[in-house]
Design a protein around this ligand. Structure first.
Ligand SMILES: Nc1ncnc2c1ncn2[C@@H]1O[C@H](COP(=O)(O)OP(=O)(O)OP(=O)(O)O)[C@@H](O)[C@H]1O
Length: 292
């Protein structure tokens, strides 16, 4: 399975252009969509899951075309939306059974076995009889991903699933996602660089409705190698720094600040960072005015 997106644009009735000429190729494995709030990630996901109509452009799932083959496409997709209304008075098991019935899994025995497998996969077997309203945030996200996996879809689309999880839950949830990305597409949106760094083989960075970068971590880091600098500035020097946009981090130290920034050329008092992190490269990309 491969998802091909060509010149995809979306303008809302309000006039907001949420997507502006998006081109992407997404193939098997875990693919990340990274970008700040408002970048257009949710809009993109709602369009490719057939929920929202595009203004223009083409989306293909192999040969299936969005807008023409929506029924077939829906059968191949599992989706965990950003705001996920759970049936809080159902137990985890009852909820999955309900979703499976909606998805057309008619055979009772098969359905039971499938749900049992999913509960084990997301490690909720011992909580399956408990009501969802008693679940923690992490457990709710896990039952959310289990419902997206009902029917074993070829494509799983998850919108900001790690938002609101504590760091430990986030890592666990990420690992869970990558576990089942071996034989399908898992498309994950996030505004957290670490989510991408540790789990996605390739990703796109979106900003203001555009794709600013498309590739893998190494390629993004390479783009900014020898362009990330670190140095100490006094209070006055800090105040005179011309381009705050390019600052990645600033830490208060004894006589001023320790500053890490992006710049095309060496600045006095700064040393090059020999191994920039993905976070450095992402911040540089978002701070720089030029596109990829
Ligand atoms: N229904 C809508 N009507 C009008 N504008 C909208 C609508 N939904 C989203 N937008 C606007 O479209 C842009 C993209 O929003 P979108 O929710 O797709 O971004 P996002 O990257 O998913 O951000 P977030 O993580 O905050 O959801 C924003 O400017 C947003 O205000």
């Amino acid at each position: 399975m491969r998802i091909t997106v060509q010149s995809l644009s979306k303008r809302y009735h309000s006039g907001v252009k949420a997507l502006n000429d998006i081109d992407l190729e997404i193939s098997k494995g875990m693919f990340g969509l990274l970008g700040p709030n408002g970048a257009g990630k949710t809009t993109f996901m709602q369009i490719i899951t057939t929920i929202l109509p595009a203004s223009s452009g083409i989306v293909l799932y192999d040969q299936l075309q969005l807008g023409k083959d929506d029924h077939e496409i829906r059968r191949r997709i599992g989706y965990l939306p950003q705001y996920f209304g759970l049936y809080k008075n159902l137990s985890g098991e009852e909820f999955l059974d309900y979703i499976a019935i909606i998805k057309g899994l008619k055979n009772h025995e098969h359905r039971k076995k499938h749900i049992q497998d999913l509960l084990e996969l997301v490690n909720l077997n011992d909580k399956k009889k408990d009501k969802i309203k008693t679940y923690s945030g992490g457990m709710k996200q896990r039952i959310g991903i289990a419902q997206a996996l009902v029917g074993n879809p070829e494509v799983v689309i998850v919108d900001e699933p790690t938002a609101g999880l504590d760091p430990e839950e986030r890592v666990r949830f990420r690992n869970l996602l990558s576990e089942f990305s071996d034989d399908r597409i898992v498309l994950l949106s996030t505004h957290i660089v670490a989510d991408i760094e540790h789990s996605c083989s390739s990703f796109a960075v979106m900003d203001a409705g555009k794709v600013k970068f498309y590739g893998d971590s190494e390629q993004l880091i390479e783009k900014y190698r020898r362009k990330i600098w670190t140095g100490q500035l006094s209070e006055d020097e800090w105040n005179m720094l011309p381009d705050r946009q390019s600052v990645i981090s600033r830490k208060k130290v004894k006589n001023g600040y320790e500053v890490r920034l992006f710049a095309e050329n060496r600045l006095p008092q700064f040393d090059v960072v020999s191994e920039p992190t993905l976070e450095d490269a992402y911040m540089a990309l978002m701070g720089s005015k030029s596109n990829a």
